[in-house]
Design a protein around this ligand. Sequence first.
Ligand code: NAD
Length: 551
Amino acid sequence: MSQRTQIRAPRGTVLSCKGWQQEAAMRMLMNNLDPDVAERPDDLVVYGGSGRAARSWEAYEMIVRSLQQLENDETLLVQSGKPVGIMRTHVDAPRVLIANSNLVPHWANWEEFRRLEALGLTMYGQMTAGSWIYIGSQGILQGTFETFAEAARQHYGGSLKGKFVLTAGLGGMGGAQPLAVTMNDGVCLAVEVDESHIQRRVATGYCDEIAYTLDEALVRVHEACDKGQPISIGLVGNAAEIYPELVRRNIIPDMVTDQTSAHDALNGYIPAGLSLEEAEDLRKQDPETYIRRAKESMAVHVRAMLDLQKRGAVVFDYGNNLRGQALEAGETHALDFPGFVPAYIRSLFCRGKGPFRWVALSGDPEDIYRTDEVLLELFPEDEHLKRWLTLARKKVQFQGLPARICWLGYGERDKAGLAFNELVAKGIVKAPIVIGRDHLDSGSVASPYRETEGMKDGSDAIADWPLLNALVNTASGATWVSLHHGGGVGIGYSLHAGQVSVADGTAEAAARLARVLSNDPGMGIIRHVDAGYEEAVTHAQKYHVKIPMQG
Ligand code: NAD
C-alpha cells in the first residue's frame, strides 16, 4: 500500500456531497484516517491491531468519490472496505451499508482470513475502524472509566485512591487506561513495548510519565500510592516479561488487566525477548514461528496474572482475547479470571446502556461544549454523568473532529439525539452532528469471550442478535449500518453490528433519530430479557418495550 498525503476531514458547512448524510459518512471515513486519530494511517490502519477503514487506497478513493456522487435516494454497498455497488433505495434508507470481515463459520479462522486478505479479497474492520466511527482514545475512555469505576465500587468502596493498577498496551484503545485510572484517583502502571506509543499518550495527556526500568517505575508507584496521589506511568517493556518479574519479586498490584492486541497474535502482540525490529523481521520472514512465540508469551503473561490473582490481586480480562489465546497455547486455567463484561458491565447492558458517542461536523469544539450542556440539562439527576462530563471537558484533548462519548441507555439516547437535532435546527451548533456508538454495546454483539461471556441462559455464542440489530437499524433509517466479524477478540470469536445517524436539524432526521435511538438500545433490553436478566425485565416494563413472550 502506498503512502498518501495526510487525510483530514473537511470542517464547516460547505458540502462536497449531495446531502449531509453522505457528507457525514465521507467526513467520518476521513476522520478515521486523520493522523491525529489513526494509529497507522499510511496503512489505512485505525486501531486494534490491523483494524482498517478501507481495503486499499484505491478503494478509499473510490468510496470518497462514490459518496460525493451519491444521490439522496441511493445506498452505497461496502464489502470489507471496498465499494461494490450503488443501489436505488429511498430517502429514509441508510446511505451506506457495510459488511466487514465476514466468513462462513466453518472457515472463520485467522489462517483462512489471512489467505483471503493476502489475495486482496477482504480486510479486518475491527469494530469502529471499518465502520467509520472511531474517535481516538477518548472513544474508549468513558467505557474504561466506567469499568474501573465499577471495579472500584465493587472492591474498594468506590475509589481507586491509593490503589496500584497494573495493565499493558497503550495503543489506540488501551491508551485510555492510564487516564481512566487516574480519573478514578488510582495509580496506573502500564507496560508498553513501543516507546513511541507511550510518548504519544504522554503528549496527548492520557499518561503522565514515562519510565524505562521497572525499578524506577515501582519507586513512583509506591510513592504515589502512599500519598494517595493519582498518577500514571508508562513503562517501556514487554508485559510477558514484566508481569512474571512482579510475581518473582512478590509485588502484588491491587488490580491487574491487559490491553495489548492479543486477539491478533501476528500483528498485535510482541513475543517476549524480541525488540520491535526483531519482531518486525520475524513477522515478515516466518509468520508461523512468530504466532507460536506470541502465543507462548501470552500463556506466560496469563500465568503471571493467575499467580497475582492467587496472591490477592483483582484480575480481569479486558476484552482482547488474551485468555483464549493462552488457552490455545496450553494454559488450561486461563479462564479462571473473568472478562470485564460479566464482572462489571452486564448490569449496564441490561438497561440498554452503552457507549453512545457523537461528533461535531463543524470541527468546532464549542459545538461539543453545547451538547455537554444539553445533556446536563436533560439528565440533572445523573451525578455519574455530571462527573464524567466535567472531567472529560477538563482532561480530554480532542483528536480529529471534536467528539464526545458517554454511556446512555434506553429512554435516554433518543432524548439526547432529538435535543442535538434541535441544536442544529436552531443554529446553536454550527453544523450537523453525527451520532453513533461502539459495536461493543448492549444488544449489538455476540462475543462469548467478551460482551456475551457467561450469559445467564448459556446463550453466549448465539449470533442472531447482532444480525437483528443491523436489520432493525437499517429498517429504522440509520445513516450507515455495519455488520462485522472478529472485532475485539479476533476472527472466529465475534459478530457485531454498528449504526451511525446524522442529526442535520430537519424533521426527517428527527423522525429517524427517534426510531434508531430507541430501537438500537431496545435490542439490548430484549437480548437481556431473553437471557433471563431480571434487571432487563424491570427496564422493559418501565419503558413499555414490547416483548411478545413476556406476557
Ligand atoms: P493497538 O494495536 O492499537 O495497541 C496494542 C498495544 O499493545 C500496542 O501499543 C503494542 O505496542 C502493545 N503491545 C503489543 N504486545 C505487547 C507486549 N507483549 N507487551 C507490552 N505491550 C505490547 O490496539 P488497541 O486499539 O489499543 O486495542 C487493544 C486490545 O483491546 C485489542 O485486542 C482490542 O480488540 C481490545 N479492545 C478492547 C476494548 C474494550 O472495551 N475492552 C475495546 C476495544 C478494543
